[in-house]
Design a protein around this ligand. Structure first.
Ligand code: FNR
Length: 398
């Protein structure tokens, strides 16, 4: 057997070893319409791409002969000890990627010693996820209200999450209106989706996905369906304007904060002034995020926005980041710039699409191993020791 062929066979049998490998597997596993939903960004995708590129604009400090080997990755989020400084950010309609959806993702997070933030628009309800898991997870709230009936959906969602034992609330504030996701529109991704023969074929040639989808029907925003009934939920999700609230103001955030007895984090902050306002109103922490580049195209990369937010509120509350985290080195850079932990969105959805719960577990294991290796090469033992002296702006490339 030639050396080249042997290498090709061995490399293949090892399976995915990076998040980029999982991305490729997910793309193969999903119909084009679902892939557009999972992987797409707003408009030209500028901010989505910059989220990743921003990490390359920093270099890591490397000290030798320290005897350190990256043994401590623990951190605390919402009073919960995590053994990995990476949590699962909320993703809606995760059942589209794999019928096991958020239940599998949350179980995988637990197995990895971390937690999932379950979306208001999740394919499984908060009760179903709670039933499927051993530990308490976190709930993400879209402050939705029916504008036609004034129905206070937020209060209902909050009550359900509290009763189901969720310990922290993440209030997402960067969706006053739907981002212009051109890829999704071109592929007919909507509620309900617009099917064409080509789109149906793209699903039919993926029998594993199609079977899971048809058999379990774990599709859109299950809690919305519970609260409003299928028809009303589909109608409001279709127009979205019945749900989204461009008229929300800071007082509304304050009111929501008061409805939740435990820690409340604000998600979707890019501006230090906004971070400060949220903390003044009782936010227990800030998640710096541009929604993975799915909302305002042209917004700064999450990592670029992080230092100013940390400088402004980091001494009062923990600051988290999500957006573009794809490698262990990315996690370490974000922590060095002041994040307490980081969230991942697409990376775990890739794992889920490719291999269900086992895929998400493996994605988190890849992060763990990469973080340990990075710390060891830097001569750092504990993620808690990371600070700005560990990163430097990369020299401008020609
Ligand atoms: C999201 N995101 C998101 N955020 C949120 O607060 N509620 C939600 O329901 C969703 N839904 C959602 C679906 C999908 C398919 C994606 C990819 C993202 C945003 C998410 O929480 C997070 O901010 C980004 O995904 C982080 O960027 P990366 O890790 O995907 O680059």
């Amino acid at each position: 057997m030639s050396e080249g062929l042997r290498f090709a066979l061995t490399a293949r049998s090892e399976g995915p070893i990076t998040i980029a490998d999982y991305r490729r597997s997910a793309r193969r596993a999903l119909p084009a319409m679902v892939w557009a939903y999972v992987d797409g960004g707003a408009e030209t995708g500028l901010t989505m791409a910059d989220n990743c590129a921003a990490f390359d604009r920093w270099t890591l400090r490397s000290r030798v002969l320290t005897g350190n080997s990256g043994t401590k990755l623990d951190t605390t989020v919402a009073g919960t000890a995590l053994s990995l400084p990476v949590f699962l950010s909320p993703t809606g309609m995760t059942g589209l990627a794999h019928w096991q959806g958020e239940r599998a993702a949350a179980r995988a997070a637990e197995a990895a010693g971390t937690r999932a933030v379950i979306s208001t628009a999740s394919s499984y309800t908060v009760e179903e996820v709670a039933e499927a898991t051993a530990d308490d997870h976190f709930f993400q709230l879209y402050p939705w209200t029916s504008r036609t009936t004034g129905e206070p959906l937020s209060g209902k969602f909050i009550d359900r999450a509290r009763t189901a034992g969720y310990t922290a609330l993440f209030v997402t504030v960067d969706v006053p209106t739907a981002g212009n996701r051109i890829g999704e529109r071109k592929h007919g991704m909507g509620i309900p989706p617009t099917l064409t023969p080509g789109r149906a074929l793209s699903a039919a040639v993926r029998p594993r996905w199609a079977y899971g989808f048809l058999r379990h029907q774990r599709i859109s925003a299950r809690m919305l369906v519970d609260e409003r009934g299928t028809k009303a939920a589909v109608a409001s999700a279709r127009t979205q304007q019945n749900l989204l609230r461009p008229d929300l103001v800071w007082d509304d955030f304050g009111r929501i904060r008061d409805l939740w007895p435990g820690p409340v984090y604000i998600k979707g902050i890019l501006d230090a002034e906004d971070a400060c306002r949220a903390v003044d109103l009782g936010a227990d922490g800030v998640l710096v995020s541009n929604h993975g580049g799915r909302q305002l195209d042209g917004a700064p990369a999450a990592l670029d926005a992080l230092p100013a937010v940390v400088d402004r509120v980091g001494s009062r509350v923990p600051v988290f980041l999500d957006g573009g985290v794809r490698r262990g080195t990315d996690v370490v850079k974000a922590l060095a710039l002041g994040a307490t932990a980081v969230g991942i969105g697409r990376p775990y959805v890739y794992g889920l699409a490719a291999r269900g719960q086992a895929g998400v577990e493996h994605v988190l294991e890849i992060f763990r191993q990469e973080i340990v290796r990075t710390l060891t090469l830097m001569g750092v033992d504990d993620v808690a020791d990371l600070n700005r002296s560990h990163v430097q702006r990369a020299a401008a490339r020609p």
